[in-house]
Design a protein around this ligand. Structure first.
Ligand SMILES: NC(=O)c1ccc[n+]([C@@H]2O[C@H](COP(=O)([O-])OP(=O)(O)OC[C@H]3O[C@@H](n4cnc5c(N)ncnc54)[C@H](O)[C@@H]3O)[C@@H](O)[C@H]2O)c1
Length: 439
């Protein structure tokens, strides 16, 4: 049992706190958001993440997990403090480190005992050293501390499973003894532990996310070529994915990646490279392809409905950037809806869990209570998120209530042949002839 403090109870911090408590540690978690902490104290989750409420409840009841808005309280008796605050995209894609700075300064002013400060937030290479400087220069009296980088690789929607079953734990520090202590904390997760220096650990996180984003943009480029040549990208991806050197994951063509990580992390890496005089042309292409995939929704609708979308009713199924989360950050649906509204279309939308969050970031569309209300009277329906609910939808009923049987499948969840048989004008991404003639 170890005493752990967690700063920031967002997607990463809350999962980190709940899971370390579940492993038998004594965990205190704090956030500057009084609203989030008040909710957590009533066992109301501030985010949607499958299974999270149960784990939080179990550990609060067992007395291993509690929540506070106070730095004094969270750091009391703590040996480890995890910084899990947001690092959003700032100017020119540069990571905005204001929250990391605030956390580091406040930790420095508040700590009363030697501490291991662990950066779990995704931060630009060199931030660990910068955090150490901030702590050193803000301590009222010198107290020993070490900074360890421990980037997080969990995916929203399966965050608890990912946290408890990581492929690896990456630890970076110039202080080997501190890294070893943090490694001990992670031993129950039974994953290989990679111990390296601070900057290399920070880079491993960016390189990993950039590689996964590249895989998505790669298959999207292949999808666009498939579409022109009459091949089916789903079968291409399946045929590629069985090759162990390639792997089957992150080869799903469609409207591209979104979320709180890939877009900002690829941009931040590109920015870091540019500042160093590099020319990150692959990263630029990854970003361009991803933006084009979103824009293709408009192009596909124009192909089927005519150039002028003014007054056309378009239904959007799925708003969150992926299933099993309510996270709307950088969701492809945001840019698609904005483009459609700008083109004069009337847009309706539905998502199984992200509607409340979506209402805060996305205006100009009518929010409906179910997929059929979205489809009713629509000239076209666009699938933006591959929720299971949409995979098993009653397509015949959907067709009967639509004004025109047009489906743009941004996640390739339906079979083109079946859609044709049902009488839909169907467009996936990279799905064979897609109804067009091939040169
Ligand atoms: N969300 C993911 O799937 C994911 C996965 C891996 C890594 N990451 C990285 O982890 C970090 C956190 O991401 P997130 O999605 O959990 O962010 P989030 O926005 O959901 O949560 C951040 C929390 O930090 C709090 N906060 C901000 N400043 C604070 C301060 N000074 N003191 C205390 N609390 C403060 C905010 O109120 C918020 O609740 C980011 O760097 C992100 O890139 C995220």
């Amino acid at each position: 049992m170890r005493n752990i403090a967690v700063i920031g109870v967002g997607y990463v911090g809350l999962v980190t706190a709940a899971c370390f408590a579940d492993l038998g540690n004594q965990v205190k978690a704090m956030d500057v958001s009084e609203e989030k902490i008040a909710k957590l104290r009533q066992n109301v989750m501030p985010i949607y993440e499958p299974g999270l409420a149960e784990v939080v409840d179990r550990n609060v009841s067992a007395g291993r997990l509690n929540f506070t808005t106070s730095y004094e309280e969270v750091l009391k008796n703590a040996r480890f403090v995890f910084i899990c605050v947001g690092t959003p995209s700032g100017v020119d894609g540069e990571a905005d480190l204001q929250y990391v700075r605030q956390a580091a300064e406040t930790i420095a002013r508040t700590m009363t005992d030697p501490l291991i400060i662990i950066n779990k937030s995704t931060v630009p290479v060199g931030t660990g050293d910068w955090v150490a400087d901030i702590v050193r220069s803000n301590q009222p009296k010198p107290l020993s501390f070490s900074v360890v980088s421990c980037p997080e690789f969990l995916r929203e929607g399966s965050a608890l499973i990912d946290f408890m079953n990581p492929d690896r734990t990456v630890l970076g520090s110039l202080d080997r003894a501190a890294a070893d202590e943090v490694a001990q904390l992670h031993l129950p997760l039974r994953a290989p532990i990679v111990v390296t220096d601070l900057r290399t650990a920070e880079m491993i996180k960016y390189a990993s996310n950039a590689f996964l984003a590249t895989k998505i943009s790669f298959i999207n480029e292949i999808a666009n070529i498939c579409e022109a040549l009459g091949a089916d990208v789903k079968e291409v991806a399946a045929g590629m994915g069985v090759d162990k050197r390639i792997g089957k994951f992150f080869l799903d063509a469609g409207v591209g990646y979104g979320g709180s990580c890939f877009p900002k992390d690829v941009s931040a890496l590109k920015h870091m490279a540019t500042v160093q005089g590099q020319h990150p042309q692959l990263l630029e292409a990854v970003i361009d392809i991803n933006n084009f995939q979103r824009h293709q929704v408009l192009l596909k609708l124009q192909e089927l409905l005519g150039q002028d979308l003014k007054g056309k009713e378009i239904g959007i199924l799925g708003l969150a950037f992926k299933p099993n989360t309510d996270d709307m950050r950088e969701a492809p649906a945001i840019s698609v809806v904005r483009e459609l509204v700008q083109a004069g279309a009337k847009v309706k939308g539905y998502d199984p869990v992200s509607m409340d969050v979506a209402k805060g970031v996305l205006n100009g569309l009518d929010y409906c209570n179910d997929p059929y209300s979205v489809a009713s009277g629509s000239d076209a329906v666009v699938i933006m998120t591959e929720w299971n609910e949409f995979k098993n939808i009653d397509l015949q009923k959907l067709k009967d209530i639509m004004r025109q049987p047009i489906i743009i499948d941004g996640r390739n969840i339906y079979d083109p042949a079946m859609m044709k048989e049902l009488g839909f004008h169907y467009r996936g991404f990279g799905r064979g002839y897609n109804g067009k003639s091939v040169k």
